[in-house]
Ligand binder design. Sequence first.
Ligand SMILES: [Zn+2]
Length: 156
Amino acid sequence: MPSEDVALDMIRSSIILLLSEKPLHGYGIMKEVEERIGRPVNPSLLYPFLKQLEKNGLVRSTKRPVGQRPKVVYTLTATGKELAARIYKRIASMISMTIEPNLSVCFHCGCKIYEGGYREAIAGREKIFCCAHCAQAYKNELSSAAHSLKIEKGKT
Ligand SMILES: [Zn+2]
């Protein structure tokens, strides 16, 4: 996909996500998008896009008084909200795909460690844990496992 398409897709996605937060008029959308992603939205992109969304039943436009005169305010419909939820999911999985390779996993509980974590050398090998408590729990389990092994041996 050419990068221009990706950028457009990002702007379109952010318009839908903005509207999932609150109803906005066209100028409000332009202002918020620029604030958030640092790129202005061209009105010649925005208004046809909103029209297209409305035609597809994703957005409803109503006239509401904003300041001195009524302005057209855009609200997401139930279908539009479903689309917004799918976009959220897509973005979340894109973010985790980018972060995951750099993640460590706690040796004890298996939770993902985004930063920091707790390292301790156990039996001569450094292991990473999410926290000191998890390291302690791991050592407790290890020693009780060793203990029960001894008991097993004692039985035979
Ligand atoms: Zn842990």
